[in-house]
Design a protein around this ligand. Structure first.
Ligand code: GTQ
Ligand code: FE2
Length: 357
């Protein structure tokens, strides 16, 4: 029981003491609810992270000495997770290696960064991973990763673990074998190959996208096609990966975006109650987050906490492409999503500092 400092009489003192003993807490002593300030925006440089990822291949081996070979993006101020809802980690799988099959209630996404020749099997569907591909392993789906190729594979894992843990719904089950049986290859991908047409007889049946593999070529093409006709003042050419059956986000708790910040563009600042983890897939530029300028280049990662102003810019001569994982779906489903544009100064924050790292 926290000590209570506000009492004027012996009667009041006794009241608060008794309340403490009985395990009830006067609400009038508590402050008003505020967005939790513990998390700060942060940026990880690929040039610093990549050597640690590659070296992890010499230190530990999945299946033999560890469950998985991952390095979490650990935001200062948080005990776990990369945000309060999302955990992001880099995973390395060397040629010939297998990350054993299992399933868990947290949902995972994979955003492929490097390598070719590895696949993730999701519920028996073999999904070959190439850079820029998005592979979903929704809640409670069996998955295992295998590298049949000649190159080290590196991808970004995004999971809703902090949220699921908070909700006390974290379950895990190992598959009896290292690999689950293969039922097909690229089946979900071929079912929705056009991106716009879907099997006519099927109705939405699962609480996540029926397509779980989004190929980079299609994503990149979609960004360029959109750029020809429209863009957002806050996010430039931004696209959300969507569930082909519903048109909604691919998952219930997290959504994934690919966005192109075109050369010369400086977006207007806004803030949302949702938060996001970004990867700079291509190009260079900067973001101003909470008044601080974060310069980024290919491969870097950065995090935007809830309810802080942020804007993106690209002063280079080439396109910049950002991938992000955001917790918008959970906020919207709970009717807690809010968004606000930055009105002053033509939508741009005054820059009060530079992130050094
Ligand atoms: O690859 O299955 O980063 O289960 C964390 C938990 C990756 C995985 C993570 C996982 C996985
Ligand atoms: Fe997993």
């Amino acid at each position: 029981m926290a000590t209570i400092e506000r009492f004027n009489t012996e009667d009041e003192r006794q009241y608060y003491e008794t309340a403490g003993r009985v395990q009830v807490k006067p609400g009038w002593l508590q402050g008003e609810g505020q967005p939790m300030p513990e998390m700060e925006p942060y940026l990880w440089r690929w040039a610093e992270v990549e050597p640690l990822v590659m070296k992890s291949g010499e230190l530990v081996t999945p299946d033999r000495d560890v469950e998985r070979r991952t390095l979490r993006l650990a935001t200062p101020g948080l005990d776990r997770g990369t945000t309060h809802t999302i955990t992001a980690a880099l995973q390395l799988l060397l040629p010939g290696e297998n990350a054993p099959a299992h399933r868990h209630t947290p949902t995972a996404i994979r955003w492929v960064l490097k390598g070719t020749g590895a696949y993730t099997t999701v519920e028996g569907d073999k999904c070959y991973m190439e850079p820029g591909d998005l592979v979903l392993t929704p809640s409670w789906t069996w998955h295992d990763h295998n590298n049949e190729g000649e190159e080290p594979m590196v991808w970004l894992d995004g999971l809703d673990v902090p949220l699921v843990r908070y909700l006390r719904a974290n379950f895990y089950e190992a598959y009896p074998e290292d690999q689950q049986p293969i039922v097909g290859v690229a089946e979900s991908e071929r079912k929705f190959a056009s991106g716009a047409l879907r099997p006519a007889w099927e109705e939405p049946s699962a609480p996540y996208s029926a397509l779980w593999h989004y190929k980079w070529d299609k994503t990149h093409e979609a960004l360029h096609q959109l750029a020809e006709v429209d863009a957002s003042p806050f996010d430039d050419v931004a696209m959300e990966f969507s569930d082909p059956m519903t048109g909604g986000p691919v998952l219930r708790t997290m959504t994934c975006w690919a966005q192109m910040i075109r050369p010369g563009i400086a977006t207007r600042a806004h803030r949302q109650t949702s938060c996001a983890v970004y990867q700079v897939y291509k190009g260079e530029g900067h973001s101003v987050i909470d008044g601080k300028r974060f310069d980024w280049t290919e491969g870097d990662f950065f995090v935007v906490p809830p309810w802080v102003w942020h804007e993106h810019a690209n002063n280079s001569g080439d396109e910049a492409i950002l991938f992000s994982i955001q917790d918008i779906p959970i906020m919207k489903q709970m009717a807690l999503y809010r968004e606000e544009p930055y009105e002053a100064n033509a939508g741009h924050q005054p820059v009060t500092g530079h992130f050094k790292g």
